[in-house]
Design a protein around this ligand. Structure first.
Ligand code: GLU
Length: 449
């Protein structure tokens, strides 16, 4: 963590380090927000007096529980699951569940912390939370995933609800997992409470365009950044890391808006296809067959696959990190800048390390942090909640239009805030400050709770 903190904020950060030992990703996420809040405390001294930042950094509630389940061979497996209910000043806790072997409390806390500000930026009435488990869905049968999800929900159901906490998907949690989780919630509670989870299937309370929303939203945001500088996506070379749900629909929308995405990746390697990544192939490999990206070559033999390659060495105009946290470090940022990259927007959560962010900002390229650039996913979850509350379902076009309007509004408010605080075009400051002020004002109005 490089940038220095304001003297009022340094002790707050030290306290976070002390109270949350070993949770390095959480420390990183807090530091990144605190770096930009100095001027906010000058303008709103009441936030300092009422210890709003200290309160935000302490989750309202943290739940850690055992998830025992039986694998297909009859052996008992034990996983650990989390739900961190971080902040409910603006609405019920809202945020995804991540199933990945790397999950521990520090990861869920970094994600939950970011979610507070991201959700505030959407302008919708949703608080911030996150959950997950160290369960690895890779290589598991559908039945094993079902038994795991049922066991997890058998504990989680008592903590969540339409007006309390509304989980959704994240890495390792898609439509299949949400189906099993919703089924078990419904069975245990004897309630068809659609609004308790988002990312549901289309025939049973899900929203059209939710699956596409995070990737689409990231590209809408990128387009807004370019427009603010009199440019557009037309003809741009784009590199997208990852090949999951966010990456696939970022690639699809980038192509639709006239750009050419020439590379994507998974944890085993990278694909470069100068003809443009074929989205239909990617969907088949990842959504239907659940295979590695290497198999792309079977359909497009002219493409190149590099095992453990570094995607950021592929020259591009625009980079969209859509894989996972800290996937783009200082060296990668340097390479991108040297190769003439003009814009970076984060489809993933905290994919750029602090060194990388600093380099982008020093180079003056457009940098859209995840809190703003990937807010389209949770925003459309908010739209799913609206549809559930009114027992209605909207068309794809209408929902996509709402998503686009929200992304335009997020860009606008981040940009205006950056201007207000004397740092025009600094979307990190814009996103953190805008989100923080909204949450802080609500907390302040509600007293010491
Ligand atoms: N996991 C997504 C995120 O990082 C979406 C959460 C949601 O839809 O609640 O924002």
């Amino acid at each position: 963590m490089n940038a220095r903190l304001d003297e009022k904020l340094e002790p707050i950060f030290q306290d976070v380090l002390h109270r949350n030992p070993g949770e390095t990703e959480y420390h990183q996420a807090v530091h990144e927000v605190l770096e930009t809040l100095g001027p906010v405390l000058v303008k709103y001294s009441e936030f300092a007096d009422k210890k709003i930042i200290q309160r935000i950094c302490e989750p309202e509630r943290q739940i850690i529980f055992r998830v025992p389940w039986q694998d297909d061979s009859g052996e008992i497996q034990i996983n650990r699951a989390f739900r961190v209910e971080f902040n409910s000043a603006l609405g019920p806790y809202k945020g995804g569940m991540r199933f990945h072997p790397s999950v521990y409390l520090g990861i869920i806390k970094f994600l939950g912390f970011e979610q507070i500000f991201k959700n505030a930026l959407t302008g919708l009435p949703i608080g911030g939370g996150k959950g997950g488990s160290d369960f690895d869905p890779k290589g598991k049968s559908d039945d094993e995933v079902m038994r795991f999800c049922q066991s997890l929900m058998t504990e989680l159901y008592r903590h969540i609800g339409e007006y309390t906490d509304v989980p959704a998907g994240d890495i390792g949690v898609g439509g299949r997992e949400i189906g099993y989780l919703f089924g078990q919630y419904k069975r245990i509670t004897n309630r068809y409470e659609s609004g308790v989870l988002t990312g549901k299937g289309l025939g049973w309370g899900g929203s059209l365009a939710r699956k596409e929303a995070t990737g689409y939203g990231t590209v809408f945001f990128t387009h807004e950044m370019l427009k603010a500088r009199g440019d557009s996506l037309d003809g741009k070379r784009v590199v997208v890391s990852g090949s999951g749900n966010v990456a696939i629909y970022a690639i699809a929308k980038a192509h639709e808006l006239g750009a050419k995405v020439i590379a994507c990746s998974d944890s085993a390697g990278i694909i470069v296809d100068e003809d443009g990544i074929n989205v239909e192939t990617l969907k088949r490999l990842k959504e239907v067959e659940r295979r590695r990206i290497k198999a792309y070559l079977e359909y497009h033999p002219k493409a190149k696959y590099t095992e453990h390659g570094n995607i950021w060495t592929v020259p591009c105009d625009i980079a969209l990190p859509c894989a996972t946290q800290n996937e783009l470090n200082g060296n990668d940022a340097k390479t991108l800048v040297e190769n003439g990259c003009i814009a970076v927007a984060e489809g993933a959560n905290m994919p750029t390390t602090p060194e990388g962010i600093q380099l982008f900002q020093d180079a003056g390229l457009m940098y859209g942090p995840g809190k703003a650039a990937n807010a389209g996913g949770v925003a459309t979850s908010g739209l799913e909640m609206q549809q559930n509350a009114s027992r209605d379902s909207w068309t794809f076009d209408y929902t996509q239009k709402r998503l686009e309007e929200i992304m335009i509004e997020i860009h606008k408010s981040c940009y205006e805030t950056s201007v207000e605080f004397g740092a025009e075009g600094d979307y990190v400051l814009g996103a953190n400050t805008t989100g923080f002020i909204r949450v802080a004002k609500a907390m302040n109005a509600m007293g010491v709770i």
